[in-house]
Ligand binder design. Structure first.
Ligand SMILES: [Cu+2]
Length: 354
């Protein structure tokens, strides 16, 4: 349907004056700093956003614009990826280092500027260079537009649960040693829930992570697997959990392959080599699940389908960081289209230089 010109003017006015509800602009500042942290009876400095592990949650509504000023106060080069955000024409804000941007160098800053067009739910952000995402990560909560309810009964309360991995040693040292020796890197010393490895009887000052709840009430859990090299499984003893949204469900022994810039449909999977004649006949083109990350069986294949409607360079890689380091990565180059909104926007002035 063609939108009448005066209606278009009204919509634009709504965006220019955020008080009139639609299209808010949300500003965040991420100061990336070192922070001393003690877990499992041992201390080390970690790279964090604002000294927090996990980092701060970004809250926004569908169609909002988000501006995050990232200031790099640490000695490492840095970039941040907004995992699952489609970045329509704004590849400059996608974040993978040396793919869509040069990293933010020590002492430098960069403003990530993107719009959450048609997106809702729980996504997350993380560093996308070296192994810094081990401690540089946090949640993105995108609420429905104001006045629009969830497509399920309203929960009593919402909670963000970030699962992570913890090494007693410096994570950059862990991967550097592994690359030197050619062996697999050391596995983590603990898993964390909201930054806590759980009580260790021999270590003082170590609690677990606690979520206070009332019996009989319903809670919406926004669960993020921020672990570097492992697929994690989540259950709550003695309780029923209903999945209401899932952007990257993985099953054991898989490579979780993540695609930037698009959501895609998983239309098929199988073991052995993919056979186009035999296997494409069985594709589910009726009701495939939509995701940004998909499990590819070990020794098998997964077929995905997406509409290449977002020009840019879009990284695709295994989300187990050690596999990315070893080279399980590639990129799609999607050319500009012919229409007025089908080209990559010009790069922002503060885009970091190499
Ligand atoms: Cu990535």
């Amino acid at each position: 349907m063609e939108v009448l010109p005066w209606v278009r003017v009204l919509i634009m006015a709504a965006c220019l004056f955020p008080a009139s509800v639609e299209c808010m602009v949300r500003h965040y500042k991420f100061d990336v700093v070192l922070k001393n942290s003690t877990k499992l009876c041992s201390s080390k400095p970690i790279v964090t956003v604002s000294g927090r592990f996990p980092g701060p949650t970004i809250y926004a509504r569908e169609d909002d614009t988000v501006l995050v000023k990232v200031v790099n106060h640490v000695k490492y080069n840095l970039s941040i990826h907004w995992h699952g955000i489609r970045q329509l024409r704004t590849g400059w804000a996608d974040g993978p280092a040396y793919i869509t941007q040069c990293p933010i160098q020590p002492g430098q800053q960069y403003i990530y500027n993107f719009t959450l067009t048609g997106q809702r739910g729980t996504l997350w952000w993380h560093a996308h260079i070296l192994w810094l995402r081990a401690t540089v990560h946090g949640a993105i909560v995108i609420l429905p537009k104001r006045g629009v309810p969830y497509p399920f009964p309203t929960p009593h309360e919402e909670m963000v649960i970030v699962l992570g991995e913890w090494w007693k040693s410096d994570v950059e040292a862990v991967i550097n040693e592994a690359l030197k020796s050619g062996l697999a890197p050391n596995v983590s010393d603990a898993h964390t829930i909201n930054g806590q490895p759980g009580p260790v009887s021999t270590c003082s000052s170590q609690g677990g992570s606690t979520l206070p709840v009332e019996a009989g009430k319903t809670y919406l859990l926004r669960i993020i697997n921020a672990a570097l090299n492992e697929e994690l499984f989540f259950k709550i003893a003695g309780h029923q959990v209903t999945v209401v949204e899932d952007t990257g469900m993985i099953t054991p022994e898989n490579h979780p392959i993540h695609l930037h810039g698009f959501n895609f449909f998983e239309v098929g999977r199988g073991l052995g080599n993919f056979n186009p004649k035999r296997d494409s006949k069985n594709f589910n083109l009726v009701d495939p699940v939509e995701r940004n990350t998909v499990g590819v069986p070990s020794g098998g294949w997964t077929a995905i389908r997406f509409r290449a409607d977002n020009p840019g360079v879009w990284f695709m890689h295994c989300h187990l960081e050690v596999h990315t380091t070893w080279g399980l990565k590639t990129a799609f180059v999607v050319d500009n289209g012919k229409g007025p909104n089908e080209s990559v926007l010009p790069p922002p002035n503060d885009l970091p230089k190499c």
